[in-house]
Ligand binder design. Structure first.
Ligand SMILES: [Zn+2]
Length: 57
């Protein structure tokens, strides 16, 4: 796993059926990676997700 994968992304969409997650920035992950990527407590926030989340609200 690269360091980029430790970024905290903001979830935009999650499929109940496949568990596939799409972040605001377009990054995707499978269910097994969800906790690692999206809830990494020590990872820096994905700046792209942060920016998109702000402009979205
Ligand atoms: Zn992101």
């Amino acid at each position: 796993m690269s360091r980029d994968d430790e970024l905290q992304h903001t979830t935009a969409e999650r499929s109940i059926w496949t568990g596939r997650i799409t972040a605001l920035c377009g990054a995707t992950a499978e269910a097994g990676e969800y906790e690692v990527i999206w809830f990494a407590p020590f990872g820096p926030r994905c700046s792209e997700c942060k920016r998109l989340a702000k402009s979205d609200r």
